[in-house]
Write a new protein. Sequence first.
Length: 370
Amino acid sequence: MPVSRRGYRELLVLFGLLAFGSSVTGSFWVVYLFRVAGLPPAAIAALLGAAALTAVVVAMVMTRPKSLPATPAMVAGLASLAGAQLALAFVQGPAQLGLFALLYGAYIPLFFLPWNTLLASETRVHDRGAKLAGINLTNSIATAGAPFVGGVIASAWGFPVLFALGAALLVLAAGIAVALGQISVPVRLMWAPRRLGRGTVTAFAAQGGIDGVLWSAIPLATVSFVQGEVQLGALFSLFAVSGGVFSVVLGRWSDRIRHRRRFIALGAAVSVPLAVGVGVAPGLAGFAAATGALNATLVIAPTFVNAAVVDRLEMDIGLVMQTREVVLNLARGISSGTILALFLAGIPPQLVVLLIAGLLPLQLVAERFP
């Protein structure tokens, strides 16, 4: 297990800055690509799929050295995300789309592989559920009003100003990443899906497939209900208020009784009817309520899948996070390809959300099959 030189709270502060900076703008990437760049839904799905596959390649390259200095990798990740936003703001044509896909894809493993590894190293079996659930709470707090702020900025000054501001916030986060930690903190990464087991790999793949739907189908479905940037921002802010407090309460409970699977099952069970509700909601009120509740519950099962596998492989956290990252992004890419095909077949984005209901039960097999 890597020796952590950062504290749990400092890592959450860094994540909170990233969450706020990316949420101010990230809710509007698909809106911009659809309305301003004129991309059809299928092309947006293809673009996000390309980003996911880029993430797979970068993650695999990161396994080549025996150890990787955490801070430079995270700073490179934040810089990549800032570059992706600057591409949306100032580059036109195919180069814009190519740069966005490559830089956004690179950001995911460059930042989250070392960050997840360091954060998981700060946990122990008696507090792991609550501490991992703290990520959800931090995300809720950091992103609660960010999309609304982004909507106001986009409405007043346009998308280029919004994306440039988002890039500036990420540069600030990169500076704080350097200030919070030592440059030499190493993480060891390894690709070993057999060590995780078929059940856990399947659960991670299901989570990645759900992410693919969340990336494209829900923003496009939202655009069909609401048009103005401020109204969209308000709606996205509602979606961002997830079940952070609820996750922490469940996390502490699971730390006491040490039965993570019960909470995986709870998260999957309560999310299925909500996903169906999003997919068939006839009006804005029902769609907003179902989507907000779905975002609150979708974080539960993955939190406890992570806790369960780290409980088992506590001495190989880098192996867990590396394998998880690759599986997640492969599944995100495959999911985006599936969504592309559904869009081409004329299936509306709102109905595509029903894929989430089909993927959720696969999380129940985590830690059950070697």
